[in-house]
Design a protein around this ligand. Structure first.
Ligand SMILES: [Zn+2]
Ligand SMILES: [Zn+2]
Length: 214
């Protein structure tokens, strides 16, 4: 698995391109303001994007969906509980004084415990509400690996040394902590965690030292 990350101002949200090194099929996770850089990387990695997967619908994670859709013309997935947020993305921008274009319609809502595939890889979709109602984490690993042999793309659910904010509409601290414990901390300590902002971490590092998880 080859992972390319781009983050751009003002939110420095991590846009991820995840490429199967054998087939070159790729998924795009949370196209935000880093989408321009990622589009260039798709070509330089000789990859072809077949899916756009959203962890949630805050504007910093979806501001590049329209650009990505124009570049790749592939379907977009979101949890249905974030559709209201997604459809209000222009208003979300206004709250920050940012002009953002309306985003294209969602093509698919994640089914409960859905497993998607790209190349030799699977993506297990886990509903992790609390930062927002339709937050999901994506557990990506080889199709022939064990179910817990995954890397986690967690959006704004969990950060190195912190957790997602819960003071925005639809946020709930208890719900978020329960989701983190039940859906993320069940993975082995060595599991790599790719957050929506900031550096990577591991499940073990957060289990041991994240002050919100004591
Ligand atoms: Zn968010
Ligand atoms: Zn964010």
């Amino acid at each position: 698995m080859k992972i390319v990350t781009a983050a751009a101002p003002p939110f420095f949200e991590n846009t991820y391109l995840v490429v199967c090194e054998e087939t070159r099929e790729a998924i795009l996770i949370d196209p935000g303001d880093g989408i321009g850089e990622i589009i260039g990387q798709v070509t330089s990695h000789k990859s072809h994007v077949t899916k756009i997967l959203l962890t949630h619908a805050h504007l910093d994670h979806v501001s590049g969906v329209a650009t990505a859709k124009r570049a790749f013309n592939v379907p977009v997935w979101l949890h249905k509980d974030d559709l209201v947020l997604y459809n209000a993305v222009v208003n979300q921008g206004r709250m920050f004084g940012i002009a953002i274009e309306p985003q294209p319609p969602i093509d698919h809502f994640y089914k409960p415990n859905e497993r998607l595939t790209f190349g030799r890889y699977v993506v297990d979709v886990r509903h992790t509400p609390g930062h927002c109602p339709g937050g999901v984490c994506l557990a990506v690993g080889r199709a022939d690996a064990a179910d817990d042999d995954r890397e986690l793309f967690v959006g704004d659910t969990l950060f190195a040394g912190s957790i997602g904010r819960t003071d925005l509409p639809g946020g709930n601290l208890e719900v978020l902590l329960t989701a983190i414990r039940r859906q993320l901390l069940v993975f082995p300590d060595a599991t790599i965690v790719h957050s929506g902002h900031g550096p990577d971490t591991t499940v073990g590092e957060e289990r041991a030292s994240n002050p919100f998880l004591r």
